[in-house]
Design a protein around this ligand. Structure first.
Ligand SMILES: [Zn+2]
Length: 375
C-alpha cells in the first residue's frame, strides 16, 4: 500500500517524536508572519501617534530583530525551542543524543539565535539593497531606457581625473555593486531552493533536518513528549529559581520582581503574538471586504465648529460679506487657517504686523493665507 506509506511518512511515520512536514511548514509560516503582523500593528498606531512611532517604523526591522533576540533567547533557554517551535509543541535536540540528556548547550542557543534572528535581518537588508541597486520596479518596467543610478556614477567617475586613488576606490565599489547585482538573484534562488529541497527530503525521511540551517547547527526538531511537559511543570515557571533565592536586600527583591515581570511578559507573548497575527489577518480582510467600503460610504461627517472670535480681536461686521478689517466689500478675498475671509491686502498687512488672525487671534503666517477662487 504505497499510498498509505506515503501518507504515514507525511504525518510523521512510525517515529512519533518526528514532527510532520505539515507542522514544520505551519511553524515556518507563523514565524514568517510575525514580522509583517507587528509591522502592520505599528503602522496602524504610527498614523495615530506619529511623533513616537514613525521613527520606530523606519527602524522596524532592527527593532523587531532586537525584540526577537530577547524572545527567542528566552524560549530557547527555557523551553528548548524557538518561539514558534514551542508554540507548535516542538523543541530542538542535539543530533545523536535523542535519548535522555539531549538539551542544547549555551553555544547551540547562540548559534540558533544567529540563524533565527540574524539571518532573516541580513537577508531582508540584502533584498532591499538589491532592489535599490537594480533600480527597483522602474528598471524592470522601462528596461534599458531607465539609466541606473550607478551607471550615471560611472560616467562621473570617468570624468574626474584629479585623484587616482579615490578613482580606483570608486571603480572597485562599482565593480562590487555590479557583481552583487549579477549574482544576488542566483544566491537568492539557491537559498529558496535549499529550503525546498530540505522540505522534500524531510518529507521522504531522507534527512532528519527540516532546514539547511538546522543541518549546519546539527540540531533536530522533535515533538515535545509528555515527559518534557512533566519536567517543565516540575520546574515551574522559568522564574521559580529567582523567586526561591534567599530574600536579602531590598535591591535583590526589586531585581527579582523586575526579572519576574520581564519573564512573565515573555511567557505572555505565547498569547500576544498569535493574537497580533489574527489582528493582522482581520485588518487585511477588513480593508478588502465590501463591509469596510459600505461603512465608509456613510454620510459626510459634520464640519468642525467654527473658531470663536476672541474678545480682544476685531469684531465681526454685521454684514458677513464685508471684510472685518476695512469693513468694505472684500477685494481679492483670502482666507486664514481660522476660516475667516478678508481682503488679501488687509490680511497680508495684518499678519505681517501681528502674526495672528485678527478675529480669533490664532497664530497665522503669511504662507498660511489662501486665495479664494469663488467664481
Ligand atoms: Zn479689507
Amino acid at each position: 500500500m504505497p499510498t498509505m506509506e506515503f501518507m504515514s511518512d507525511m504525518l510523521g511515520g512510525a517515529d512519533s517524536g518526528k514532527p510532520s512536514l505539515f507542522e514544520i511548514v505551519a511553524q515556518h509560516k507563523m514565524s514568517d508572519l510575525l514580522e509583517p503582523a507587528l509591522r502592520h500593528v505599528t503602522s496602524v498606531y504610527a498614523h495615530r501617534y506619529p511623533r513616537y512611532l514613525v521613527r520606530a517604523l523606519n527602524w522596524h526591522e532592527e527593532l523587531y530583530a532586537a525584540v526577537m533576540l530577547m524572545v527567542e533567547r528566552h524560549y530557547l533557554r527555557n523551553y528548548g525551542g524557538s518561539f514558534t517551535e514551542h508554540f507548535y509543541g516542538m523543541k530542538r535536540v542535539r543530533t545523536g543524543k535523542l535519548g535522555g540528556g539531549d538539551s542544547m548547550t549555551r553555544g547551540d542557543v547562540w548559534r540558533s539565535l544567529a540563524f533565527l534572528v540574524g539571518l532573516p535581518l541580513v537577508k531582508s537588508r540584502l533584498d532591499q539593497l538589491y532592489e535599490r541597486e537594480s533600480g527597483g520596479e522602474a528598471a524592470r518596467l522601462l528596461g534599458g531606457a531607465f539609466a541606473r543610478h550607478s551607471d550615471l556614477q560611472a560616467d562621473s567617475v570617468a570624468e574626474d581625473t584629479t585623484n587616482a586613488r579615490w578613482r580606483r576606490l570608486q571603480t572597485f565599489k562599482l565593480a562590487i555593486g555590479r557583481l552583487f547585482r549579477q549574482y544576488y538573484p542566483h544566491a537568492n534562488f539557491v537559498y529558496h531552493m535549499a529550503t525546498m529541497v530540505y522540505y522534500v527530503a524531510y518529507m521522504f525521511d531522507r534527512t532528519g533536518y527540516n532546514s539547511p540551517w538546522l543541518h549546519i547547527l546539527g540540531l533536530h526538531v522533535r515533538r515535545m513528549s509528555a515527559a518534557d511537559y512533566r519536567a517543565m511543570d516540575a520546574r515551574g515557571p522559568a522564574t521559580s529559581s529567582l523567586a526561591a533565592a534567599p530574600n536579602g536586600s531590598a535591591l535583590r527583591a526589586t531585581r527579582n520582581l523586575v526579572a519576574r515581570v520581564l519573564f512573565g511578559g515573555l511567557d505572555f507573548l505565547k498569547v500576544l503574538l498569535p493574537l497580533s497575527i489574527f489582528f493582522y489577518r482581520f485588518l487585511e480582510w477588513w480593508y478588502r471586504s465590501d463591509f469596510h467600503k459600505r461603512i465608509q460610504q456613510t454620510p459626510v461627517p459634520p464640519p468642525p465648529l467654527p473658531l470663536r472670535p476672541h474678545v480682544d480681536g476685531v469684531a465681526l461686521p454685521e454684514d458677513q460679506s464685508l471684510c472685518a478689517i476695512c469693513e468694505k466689500p472684500r477685494t481679492n478675498p483670502a482666507m486664514v487657517p481660522s476660516g475667516y475671509v478678508f481682503c488679501y491686502p488687509c490680511i497680508h498687512r495684518h499678519i505681517l504686523d501681528s502674526g495672528r488672525c485678527p478675529i480669533t487671534l490664532a497664530r497665522a503666517r503669511l504662507e498660511d493665507i489662501r486665495k479664494l477662487y469663488s467664481d
